[in-house]
Design a protein. Structure first.
Length: 197
């Protein structure tokens, strides 16, 4: 497990003990990418319940590891509900991540601790966020993770964030995650700095 913080281009960081979620689509077809997002929504909601009230990374790690079979069942259920028959592999451990850019932030490639869900051939674009501390904010206009530093953490269901062109977009935040983040966000930003999904 990486113990140092991952530095991003702006100088902000993701803590070294962060636990990520990586979901890899079967392919880059529009249908497979939508299926990935549908699975993502269900998994984020389920994981939020699993880590609710947990403040230590080791406790979160144990809870997420124990939830792997349930997360696999959720992914299989969503796949079947959407009319597909893809196999799904869900695992937890050290997972390779490609370099990713969200807005102006660059997240370097590396091997990070993560819950990984591979759909079908797992040859499509991936989606990832930080599960713990829970920072999986979802930009509903394009399905990408949204930088937590740009978001208010009040207990609301939607907030506005700016896209790369500076225009506001509607963003839906899963309330279970928002509630968890709201409960300790101010303390984290004071002691550690900004986090990004």
């Amino acid at each position: 497990m990486m113990q140092e913080q991952v530095q991003v281009q702006s100088g902000q960081s993701i803590p070294g003990d962060a636990i990520r979620l990586r979901i890899i689509a079967n392919s880059d077809s529009a249908e497979d990418q939508q299926l990935k997002r549908d699975i993502r929504d269900e998994i984020i909601q389920a994981i939020a319940v699993e880590v609710e009230g947990i403040e230590q990374a080791e406790e979160a790690r144990d809870a997420i590891r124990a939830a792997v079979p349930e997360m696999n069942e959720i992914a299989q259920r969503v796949i079947a509900e959407k009319g597909y028959s893809y196999p799904v592999v869900t695992d937890f451990g050290l997972v390779p991540f490609p370099t990713k850019m969200y807005g102006t932030e660059v997240y370097p490639a590396g091997v990070y601790e993560a819950l990984r869900i591979q759909i079908g051939a797992a040859k499509g674009q991936n989606w990832w966020c930080v599960l713990f501390p829970p920072l999986c904010f979802v930009d509903m206009s394009n399905g990408d993770a949204v930088q937590a530093k740009d978001m208010e953490t009040a207990a609301i269901t939607t907030v506005a964030v700016k896209d790369a062109a500076g225009e506001e977009q509607e963003v839906e935040v899963r309330s279970a995650i928002l509630d968890k983040v709201s409960s300790w966000w101010d303390g984290l930003t004071d002691s550690i700095g900004g986090f990004f999904a």
